[in-house]
Design a protein around this ligand. Structure first.
Ligand code: 6GU
Length: 264
């Protein structure tokens, strides 16, 4: 997978790209990244990449010329690339979209799966940039950021996690919260067994893997019901399954249920 990133602030990406799993994946060439700065496609002395908007609004918007040339520069290198504009007006990003984007096959005639992330600044883009180039407009949530860079990193990181060879255990991508099942994860614990009066729930110490699995899933279901009821609706958990989960959870002590977030 290759990411072209059209941005005025390449430096924002450096620490992220060098750290943790993303850093490892980049080193192992599970994905590649190339930055393109619209500023290098300007010819005026001020190197302007934005301009006042028509109609007298008070913001500045990304101007067509240098941004279109930056996008076209990427598309010349990888004509099959999908162009993604990061904007608060876009469709909201979620794990289902991550899977869709990972499955999207490159067009037959061209090489690796590639995306061009266009990170706007200012009050937005000249709309004709969007019209001319965007395959997708994506937002990462209902709040406003100063630019698309953080959103691009969020989207790229969620995609990189799903690439083959990036996560250690092959199943951990699908099992994550919002993975295939759309449930929140069961809480986890490490040593010590007891800390600040809180004990690791005893079923986790039992060694009965069937039982651990069944209870963990029951906890996932009830936790999702308590914290994110709208996710449980989508997760296709039958009322019978929910009842069974609630019954299983009654085996736990009051303290354990409290710690696990499954007290209603
Ligand atoms: Cl993609 N861009 C900006 N500027 N703000 C956002 C966003 C994107 N998603 C949520 N807020």
């Amino acid at each position: 997978m290759k990411f072209f990133v059209v941005t005025l602030f390449e430096e924002m990406f450096h620490a992220w790209a060098e750290s943790g799993l993303v850093g490892q994946a980049l080193k192992k060439q599970n994905f590649q990244m190339e930055f393109i700065n619209p500023r290098s496609f300007t010819s005026d002395v001020h190197q302007a990449v934005d301009d006042k908007v028509y109609g007298g609004g008070d913001g500045m918007a990304a101007m067509f010329g240098p941004w279109s040339e930056a996008i076209e520069f990427a598309m010349q290198k990888e004509p099959s690339a999908q162009v993604i504009f990061l904007t608060p007006q876009g469709e909201s990003w979620n794990q289902k979209k991550v899977s869709e984007f990972l499955q999207r096959k490159p067009s037959q005639e061209m090489g690796i799966r590639s995306f061009v992330f266009v990170c706007g600044r200012y009050a937005g883009f000249d709309e004709r940039l969007v019209k001319a180039y965007a395959d997708h407009e994506i937002s990462i949530g209902d709040y406003v950021l100063n630019g698309g860079e953080l959103a691009a990193m969020v989207v790229m990181e969620s995609l990189v996690r799903g690439l083959p060879g990036v996560l250690g255990e092959s199943s951990s991508f699908r099992k994550d919260s919002f993975g295939e099942e759309g449930l929140l994860e069961c809480p986890q614990f490490t040593r010590p067994q007891s800390v600040k009066g809180m004990d690791v729930p005893s079923f986790l110490l039992s060694g009965h893997h069937k039982n651990i699995e069944a209870l963990s899933r029951a906890i996932s279901i009830v936790r999702t019901k308590n914290r994110r009821p709208e996710l449980l609706e989508k997760a296709q958990i039958s009322s019978k399954e929910l009842e069974a989960a609630e019954k299983l959870i009654r085996q736990l002590s009051e303290e354990e249920r409290d710690l696990l977030g499954v007290n209603s």
